[in-house]
Design a protein around this ligand. Sequence first.
Ligand code: B12
Length: 290
Amino acid sequence: MLRAERFISPAQLSRALGLGESTVKRWIDQGRIPAEKTPGGHRRIRVSDALVLLRRGDGKLVDPAVLGLVADGASSPDGLARVLCSAQPEEAERLLEGVYAAGARAAELADRWIAPAMASVGHGWAAGSLAVTSEHRATAVMLRALHAILRECPPSPPGAPSAFVAGLSRDPYLLAPLCAQLVLIEAGFDATNFGPDTPVEGLEVAIRAQRPALVALSFSVGESALARSRSALGDACREVGSALVVGGRGLRPDLVDDIGATVWCRNMTELDRMARHLAKQRPERPAQSD
Ligand code: B12
């Protein structure tokens, strides 16, 4: 995934993942670990392939530094917050990648790691100890990590139910919709993220035209888009049979009523649970024919 051009030796991989070197070499010869050969005939493994191996449970992360990941001491949600608020927040990207490579689900990354760490950044800003530029920088670092993870997701299987994700007009927050997209992809959806500041009218047209199985809206700002246009979205979803899921710190019960949401989730873990349930129940989408 991340540092795709970096290569390591079988000995380094065995140290990183706590596997015997002979096991690593055998797996390479069997094709279980993709590897290349140097002009001198030595096997070399891409770090990105080592991370795939780790994520599928072949070995444990014993020495993260070998893979260019942050050392274990910082690998806690508090550690992520500390790194994000430090003068070198870029380290947080590798930290998050390491947590993901070690098997965490997107919902866990969002709820247990990113949201609390970003809340610390917000506290720092509100208390005057962090400049607004640091808040922007921390957001950019988290965005890069999430996009790297997104690139790693396998393409959704044919017939997967589709989902839309968006934040509405005047809501500038980028991270929550991106987290929701990742959660939905992991749950088996073909999820498109329109990002923040999406005009309601445009979204309504897309819902009517493409009839997604699920529409997830993120409200970081309660007053994003007018109440009347919000209810138009609920109507469109009902008409085409899409489940409308809402979440975010900007929501209040009266807003949820206005919108006519099917479900109000408090966090990404609830979205994950709900989406997996829905994906199982949903008949497969017929394959598109030209
Ligand atoms: C980054 C940030 C910004 C950035 C956003 C950059 C960007 N383009 O994304 C910028 C600098 C633009 C910004 C601006 C402002 N911000 Co600001 N911001 C934050 C910060 C630090 C992080 C937000 C974030 O991305 N979190 C990460 C996401 C993943 O977590 P989350 O939003 O908590 O979402 C979780 C749940 O809510 C839920 N969820 C969210 N959406 C959805 C959707 C679905 C479908 C589901 C199921 C679940 C779900 O799951 C998520 C994961 O657990 C927060 C601090 C905080 N506590 O969050 C302040 C914070 C939200 N901002 C705040 C303020 C005051 C502002 C400004 C008004 C500052 C100003 N004076 O200009 C402006 C307002 C902007 C606007 N137009 O509304 C306050 C809000 C206070 C309040 N009570 O409303 C906060 C809380 C900071 C603080 N401690 O005071 N901000």
